[in-house]
Write a protein that binds this ligand. Structure first.
Ligand code: FES
Length: 76
């Protein structure tokens, strides 16, 4: 395994441990939930507030799910 591959693996393991949803921008689930609680109710607003999903974009569905979940908590 070359150095770059092992570096990426270490980073990915760390990201999972820290609850990082967006690997590109290192944004955690906690940060996304906080942004929603701070009044960012739409995906685009959360994206601007946290930078989540502003890299490769692959995490967008997960970010959207977290926003939906956080908003449903609020409604209860
Ligand atoms: S993982 Fe979030 S933009 Fe790439």
């Amino acid at each position: 395994m070359d150095k770059r591959t092992s570096y990426i693996e270490i980073k990915q393991e760390q990201a999972i441990k820290d609850g990082v949803i967006c690997v590109c921008k290192q944004v955690s689930e906690r940060k996304i939930r906080k942004a929603v609680r701070d009044g960012n109710k739409k995906f685009i607003a959360v994206k601007q507030a946290t930078e989540a999903a502003s890299g490769c974009g692959l995490c967008q569905p997960f970010v959207e799910d977290i926003i939906t979940d956080e908003l449903s908590k609020k409604a209860k």
